[in-house]
Design a protein around this ligand. Structure first.
Ligand code: SF4
Length: 488
């Protein structure tokens, strides 16, 4: 996230980044481009790769999709070496500037260092101010650069000790891949909010290693899943193999539950659970909790599809593709003006009239953010002749903003933070609206329910129970208060 703490203006949630890294793999940059392509859903605004050829680092960073930047063999040829890291970035428009695109790179006395970061540091603002006071010159407005400066000023001698020193000063949710002259490194924050996995590529003894945000990026490069990087773990990969360090006090893990609902790709296996299966179970649980007589179950594509299948299987009501998605509508096309934004849903989705006409329809979607998209979809389904439209949501109401690396609107803009479920149903024009309960969500993920004393996941956007402190937010609130009292 950027230091300005901008919030999304869109009616959806966005994963802010995907990371990937390889050690000892022929054409490491090409393999990294493939991995990033599989992680494209985690960020579409910009992408970058840094490779190391044994003596020099090489970088290419650009705006746009992985294919736009790395589809040209001439670009890949300029990134030689058997070691590389890469990054996909999502950012709101104002922050999408080339100098914010990762991997970030710096030359230190110990050699080069590149880092790619998924997540958000919740004390980046405070650290940024302190570092600027100490004379650090920031090149970007991304919080990831804090790592670079903390490493630069650390008094420790080895790169790993400097990295640990830096990590002990940051607060937040993060997964990192980093590259030095000596090693590829992967790190997860102490609570393991954001995902990171370790894979093996090639044959035993001669093959290499892969780090990735999700297992779908292993499949595309033919790598085998080895294990999740553990919360609070640093893995250090070099020609001797993989070394693990756990420098933090052990804490109870709080993986992001929204990865299961929406962010992760359905063919990924996250923390040992196949995402596709988890989404189907969530849909089945939703059908048990919020049954309604209907003729068809229709997913809002694409993210609502597995939950709708689960709902259909549990309820016995047929699953139908009543809404068709046009995959060839780019975000930029629907962004520029409110008018075009309004048209956006019609460009993206169209009603499959023969499936909907005269039917009682249950629409299944993953979340309601501002509610504008849901309203247009309900209108569209009614206009196609649906007799009744019932909306079912495979997450609890999103009542709080995320400060851990997911781009969300300000809390006041989240429909569920200011409206009851009945009010929301009336606003989106649905005959009924229901969300899965937080306990139902936990049950679908194999837990007995949510233990309020020891919740298994980060679920702060549904509960307001933020597991990682938010120093920047408190400082911002204090500053606003003092500005207000100065005004009085
Ligand atoms: S607040 Fe929500 S989206 Fe953010 S990490 Fe927690 S569960 Fe995930």
């Amino acid at each position: 996230m950027a230091f300005n703490g901008r919030h999304s203006e869109e009616d959806s949630l966005h994963e802010e980044c995907g990371v990937f890294g390889v050690w000892n793999v022929p054409s490491a940059a090409a393999v990294t481009a493939l991995g990033l392509h599989a992680l494209q859903h985690r960020g579409q605004e910009a992408t970058g790769i840094t490779s190391f050829d044994g003596s020099r680092f090489h970088s290419h960073r650009g705006m746009g999709l992985v294919g736009d930047n790395f589809g040209d063999a001439r670009v890949i040829e300029k990134l030689p070496g058997r070691i590389a890291i890469g990054h996909n970035r999502y950012a709101t428009t104002g922050d999408t500037i080339l100098r914010n695109v990762q991997p970030l790179y710096a030359d230190f006395e110990f050699g080069g260092f590149a880092v790619a970061h998924n997540g958000n540091l919740t004390n980046a603002h405070l650290l940024h101010r302190q570092l600027v006071r100490r004379g650090c010159l920031f090149q970007s407005t991304t919080d990831s650069e804090v790592f670079i400066h903390l490493i630069a000023i650390s008094l420790y001698s080895t790169v790993v000790d400097r990295l640990i020193d830096a990590l002990k000063q940051v607060v937040g949710a993060y997964s990192l891949v980093a590259l030095s002259n000596e090693a590829l490194m992967g790190v997860r924050d102490p609570l393991g909010v954001r995902p990171l996995i370790l894979g093996r590529i090639g044959s035993e003894g001669t093959g290499g290693w892969v780090l990735a945000s999700e297992s779908c990026a292993l499949d595309i490069v033919g790598a085998d899943f080895i294990r999740d990087v553990e919360p609070g773990e640093i893995v250090i990969i070099n020609d001797q193999g993989v070394r693990s360090i756990k420098p933090f006090t052990r804490m109870r893990e709080r993986f992001c539950v929204f990865e299961y609902i929406y962010f992760a790709r359905p063919d990924s296996i996250v923390e040992g659970t196949p995402v596709y299966e988890a989404r189907k179970r969530i849909g089945a649980e939703l059908a048990q909790e919020a049954a309604v007589p209907a003729d068809v179950i229709v997913p809002v594509p694409d993210s609502g599809v597995p939950a709708a299948m689960g709902y259909s299987m549990q309820s016995g009501i047929p699953f139908e593709l009543g809404i068709i998605r046009n995959h060839y509508v780019g975000r930029t096309f629907i962004e520029p003006t409110d008018h075009i934004r309004h048209l956006g849903v019609k460009l993206k989705h169209s009603a499959n009239k023969p499936v909907l006409d005269g039917k009682r329809v249950v629409l299944v979607d993953d979340s309601i953010v501002r509610g504008t998209t849901s309203k247009k979809i309900v209108e569209m389904v009614r206009a196609a002749g649906a007799k009744e439209v019932h909306m079912r949501i495979s997450s609890p109401p999103t009542t709080h903003s995320c400060f851990y690396g997911i781009d969300t609107p300000q809390r006041s803009k989240l429909l569920a933070s200011t409206h009851t479920v009945d009010e929301m149903a009336a606003l989106i024009g649905a005959d009924s609206l229901a969300f899965i309960s937080i306990d139902g969500l936990y049950r679908a993920l194999g837990q007995p329910g949510r233990d309020p004393e020891k919740p298994h996941y980060c679920d702060a956007c549904f509960t307001g129970d933020y597991p990682i402190p938010l120093p920047d937010q408190h400082e911002l609130a204090d500053r606003q208060l003092s500005l207000l009292s100065a005004g009085n």
